[in-house]
Design a protein around this ligand. Structure first.
Ligand SMILES: Cc1cc2nc3c(=O)[nH]c(=O)nc-3n(C[C@H](O)[C@H](O)[C@H](O)COP(=O)(O)O)c2cc1C
Length: 343
């Protein structure tokens, strides 16, 4: 049985929910050597900045158990080159393109939005909030709801009304729901989570930090439970807001987990470094999984775990809805269960 895999990012329809994650497929050219980019829901570009950036010194990647640490530092050619060469290449091929943007000030994000607003081929803009705010002692925007909201509202005000603005959140906060809510109040049409939490590793042979930048962002399967938790909490608090779930997705089952938590779109990042076909494989596996469980539409699975009591062993059948009187039903939303369980 085939499954209707269409999904919506705000009002924009995507043929399926699988996208690349920002920074893991550059601007798509390399990946297009392996498959037609139109077969995935959308391509998310690396974060584009105003000026060209050389990135951080090397080494800037280190493998960790079930994960990858990176401190690439938004290397890229800047908005002019992106608009001259990269975006037209994607637009010419009709690739659904989510342009990720990064900046050091609210004005820089606004300036990027101004440059992108009339550019053909922009499906959505993803605001990478995990950048240091140079006007606030380098405090990362994503860690401060008010600063994050200010960035989002400046991008929303300058971006064409029919281009959704997605706020990409970081898990390195005490209360992700508060930051998510601030971004939605600031005008975000959708939310993406998670960006990489900050980690560190030390080389026990050289006795030095493994990364030249000392700390870096952790990605890969190690962070998936963090992503699932963030998506779960935000979906419970803001159920109408579309969520792009990102973090440690290697298989269709991993994507399904994020969808059950509340994501309607799923980004694939680190997996692409081992397997350039990962997006297509994950899409196929997800469709098979949904079909085997009797789903006719992907949309019916989004957030479904919120309606099932925690624990339990029965496999979902879409025709059997959970009993609202059952123990545990409705206990999950809001995150209070999580706080209790970590005491
Ligand atoms: C090498 C590398 C570069 C990244 N660059 C960006 C970036 O430019 N902008 C951004 O928002 N996230 C960036 N990320 C974070 C990913 O988009 C994603 O949120 C994170 O890696 C978790 O997903 P994953 O475990 O599937 O990789 C980068 C991640 C990696 C590993």
């Amino acid at each position: 049985m085939s499954v209707d895999m269409r999904t919506y990012l705000a009002h924009v329809e995507l043929a399926n929910p699988i996208t690349t994650a920002a920074g893991c497929a550059s601007s798509g050219r390399e990946l297009s050597q392996f498959f037609d980019l139109n077969r995935i829901g959308a391509l998310v570009t690396r974060s584009i900045t105003m000026a060209p950036r050389a990135g951080r010194p090397t080494p800037r990647m280190a493998e960790t158990p079930s994960g990858l640490l990176n401190a690439v530092g938004l290397q890229g050619p800047g908005i002019d080159a992106f608009l001259d060469r990269e975006l037209p290449w994607l637009a010419h091929r009709g690739v659904r393109t989510v342009v990720s943007i990064g900046g050091g000030t609210v004005n820089e994000y606004g300036a990027l939005a101004r440059r992108l607003t009339d550019a053909p081929g922009v499906t959505a803009v993803e605001v990478n909030l995990a950048c240091p705010n140079i006007e606030d002692r380098g405090r990362v925007f994503a860690r401060d709801g008010a600063a994050a909201a200010e960035v989002v509202s400046s991008v929303r005000a300058l971006m064409r009304y029919d281009v959704p603005v997605i706020a990409k959140l970081s898990p390195d906060v005490a209360d992700i729901v508060a930051v998510a809510r601030a971004c939605v109040d600031g005008g975000a049409d959708a939310l993406s989570m998670i960006n990489t939490p900050v980690g560190m590793s030390i080389d026990t042979e050289t006795l030095r930090p493994a990364l030249a930048a000392v700390t870096g962002g952790l990605s890969g399967p190690a962070v998936r439970p963090l992503a699932v938790r963030c998506v779960w909490q935000v979906y419970a608090a803001l159920p109408g807001v579309p969520i792009v779930g990102v973090g440690g997705v290697l298989t269709g089952r991993d994507a399904f987990e994020l969808i059950l938590a509340g994501a309607c779109v799923v980004g694939v990042g680190t997996a692409l470094f081992h397997d350039p076909y990962a997006c297509l494989r994950i899409l196929r596996e997800l469709e098979e999984l949904l079909s085997a469980r009797g789903f006719q539409r992907l949309a019916d699975a989004v957030g479904l775990a919120h309606h099932h009591p925690p624990g339990g062993g029965t496999r979902h059948r879409p025709d059997v809805l959970p009993d609202p009187g059952a123990p545990g039903f409705g206990a999950a939303p809001g995150g209070s269960d999580l706080e209790e369980s970590s005491l």
